[in-house]
Design a protein around this ligand. Structure first.
Ligand code: GLN
Length: 541
């Protein structure tokens, strides 16, 4: 029987609801339960694929090719359960499906309304998760009180009512702000937020209280009294140094046991040894390395969420702490700025779109190549590396990507067709921007005696993609004779997936996004190897 845990957020946004959901999922899993996590986003976009990373942070891509919310990345990193397209929905998607049915005449003349048509659609998304999982954790995006969130609250209220208390639990994440002038944390915003939830007909049974300091017994009692919640179900969620401590601290505060109590369930003690080991390593690094991330969205580090985590995982595997130095690539378009890269042991150019800052990224690649600093190019970062080598080693001065307009030497270009399994996929011209990318998992075959095959320890891999442009294979011979080996290709041999330069300590570009699959307890081999190469640099100085 599948039980549902609905996670809402109150008081302010950015409370880490996604992380809280992921950590609770990990705890239930550690007790032997099968979990599934999903997210309902109240915004109107159909998916975050067309949103600016400045607005929304990273777009997390699933194996089955959906562009989803970054919280799905937390879910997958914490539980190891691969996220799927139907783990995420948005108001845009809900309305699109209701309206297209209305146009088809499926509603037989009825007046279409938020209640029941939109709420029914939301409920059918939730109900579709019923199945093999013991627990489905459903996170509701946004903050209680938002206008857009109302249909979701109504839908989960109805759903909870339909399946009953033995199968549905409402958990509310709130904030206890500290007011310096009063010298104490305040419970009033939490009281208001619970009141707001109650006015939507939802009675939370567990409160997860975010706070930057200890919550006293008195305060816990007060919240319990005013919010009508058992005292031991008012769970402190204090700030921690590393996100990987969260499952352990929640367990210590009794979150998982209280969840089980609400359902009247008992279970074995959780096996948290892997989390203890991760946290031990995070807190006891044997050294440090500094990695530069040269990108465009560097003042919102959420844009590179999975990337930041993967680099941390590479550090955990190598027993070092990884310090990230975010650099806006445009600075390298000014003279005498390369010293920004003088103190780093590795340079990474991540995924990106559009021409702004690309010349700076190409400069950073050149610096890494010439100074023999480990270089990792991810997606756009691979394309920048190919342009750099084409221009500076092959003498193809006009080398560029057609993403930035017509050019005489299109070393990076749009492929209009490619093959996935037995199916030929095509990228139509003049189609909506939301549907033109090569998205999701694709296999790649790694060349024999290549560094990449040695790193993966196998010859066939599957990685997730999110891009429109490809390395143009007509330049392959010239690039390879300059030392840039095409060491991994799509199974039909048409699309370059990996390039590597072996006249260098570590210079690899990949067309896919390995960061989407790295986990703290299963770090991605490319990040483990990159950090290892960076450590070797610290020994050189
Ligand atoms: N803009 C490039 C493309 O569309 C790279 C995309 C990316 O880095 N994810 O191919």
């Amino acid at each position: 029987m599948t039980r549902y845990i609905f996670i809402t957020g109150g008081v302010v946004s950015s409370l880490g609801k996604g992380l809280a959901s992921a950590a609770l999922g990990a705890l239930l899993q550690a007790r032997g339960f099968k979990v599934r996590l999903c997210k309902l986003d109240p915004y109107l976009n159909v998916d975050p694929g067309t949103m600016s990373p400045f607005q929304h942070g990273e777009v997390y891509v699933t194996d089955d090719g959906a562009e989803t919310d970054l919280d799905l990345g937390h879910y997958e990193r914490f539980t190891g359960v691969p996220a799927k397209a139907d783990d995420n929905t948005t108001t845009g998607r809900i309305y699109t499906s209701v309206l297209s049915r209305e146009r088809r005449g499926d509603y037989l003349g009825a007046t279409i309304q938020v209640i029941p048509h939109i709420t029914d659609e939301i409920k059918s998304f939730i109900r579709s998760k019923d199945g093999t999982a013991d627990f489905v954790l459903c996170e509701i995006g946004g903050t209680v009180g938002d206008i857009e969130g109302l249909p979701y609250l109504e839908a989960i209220r109805q759903f909870g009512n339909e399946i009953g208390e033995s199968r549905a639990l409402f958990l509310h994440v709130t904030l206890l702000p500290y007011i310096p002038a009063a010298g104490e944390i305040k419970t009033k915003p939490t009281q208001h937020s619970v009141k707001e939830l109650m006015s939507a007909g939802i009675r939370p049974k567990i409160l997860l209280c975010r706070s930057d300091r200890e919550i006293t017994d008195d305060q816990r009692g007060k919240i319990s009294l005013f919010c009508n919640i058992d005292r031991d179900k008012v769970i402190p969620a204090l700030d921690v140094k590393s996100i990987y401590e969260v499952p352990l601290t929640y367990h210590k505060e009794g979150l998982d046991i209280q969840v089980l109590n609400c359902f009247g369930l008992s279970a074995k003690e959780p096996d948290l040894s892997k989390w203890h080991e991760i946290v031990r390593r995070v807190h006891n690094p044997e050294g440090r390395v500094k990695i530069a991330i040269v990108g465009k969205y560097t003042n919102l580090t959420d844009s590179y969420k999975s990337l930041n985590e993967s680099l941390t995982h590479g550090g955990i595997a190598n027993n070092v702490a990884v310090d990230l130095k975010f650099l806006e690539s445009e600075i390298f378009e000014q003279p005498d700025t390369m010293e920004h890269l003088a103190d780093v042991q590795g340079i990474l150019v991540p995924g990106g779109f559009g021409v702004r800052g690309t010349e700076g990224k190409i400069k950073a690649v050149q610096f890494a190549r010439e100074k023999k600093i480990p270089y990792f190019g991810i997606c756009f970062g691979m394309q920048m590396a190919v342009i750099e080598v084409a221009r500076n080693l092959c003498g193809i001065k006009g080398a560029n990507s057609t993403e930035f307009g017509p050019c005489s030497e299109p070393v990076i270009a749009l492929m209009t067709e490619w093959v996935k399994g037995d199916i030929k996929e095509a990228r139509g011209e003049n189609v909506d921007l939301g549907g033109t990318m090569r998205l999701g998992a694709y296999p790649a075959i790694l060349g024999k005696d290549t560094r990449i095959a040695e790193i993966y320890g196998k010859n066939e891999i599957s990685e997730r993609h999110r891009h429109r442009y490809e390395v143009n294979t007509t330049y392959r011979e010239r690039l390879e004779s300059a030392g840039l080996k095409f060491s991994g290709l799509s199974p039909d041999g048409l699309l370059p997936e990996i390039v590597e330069n072996n006249n260098h300590p570590w210079f690899i570009g990949v067309q896919f996004h390995p960061e989407l699959k790295s986990k703290p307890f299963d770090p991605h081999p490319l990040f483990v190897s990159f950090i290892k190469a960076a450590i070797a640099q610290t020994r050189l100085v």
